[in-house]
Design a binder for this molecule. Sequence first.
Ligand code: SF4
Length: 179
Amino acid sequence: MSRLRLATAWLGGCSGCHMSFLDLGERLIDISGSLELVYGPLVDAKVFPEGVDVALIEGAVANLENLELLQQIRERSDILVSFGDCAITGNVTSLRNFFSVDDLLTAVYHAGPGNAPRSDQAGELLPELLPRVLPLHQVVEVDAYIPGCPPDPERIWAALSALLKGEPVQLSEDQRTFG
Ligand code: SF4
């Protein structure tokens, strides 16, 4: 039986969801025979590969790079999982939605302690920010959700175990939510 091709990606998030994933520790080693990690912070792959079975996506869609990567992930993955509350609702990442992008950059880079001139800001140092931070399902179709900030490792394990057994994680509304 071929191994499940798993990818993880980190969009507008703090990496806490990935840290929780790593808390699975030895259990990840135990299932390495059934699972191949093909993309993510732990893998030296520059381009999101074709033919991914499951993609766990941490973080919300905050900038143009996030948007383009998420669209590519959707095209190349059978099952796309919204991984953690930032991906599901926007959560912490979307707090900046109370401000315009211009006001935000001015407050952080120009009026902040560094007092950087505006010419050193967006376009040179940062990917282009979207006007509003969006949860994943407002950009692409999402097949399953793993809630939490970060999701509890046991919840991640339950989801991964179901996927490895070939149990359905999409289709009905009940099956779209783990935990
Ligand atoms: Fe970080 Fe929580 Fe967002 Fe995960 S859901 S990226 S842990 S803030």
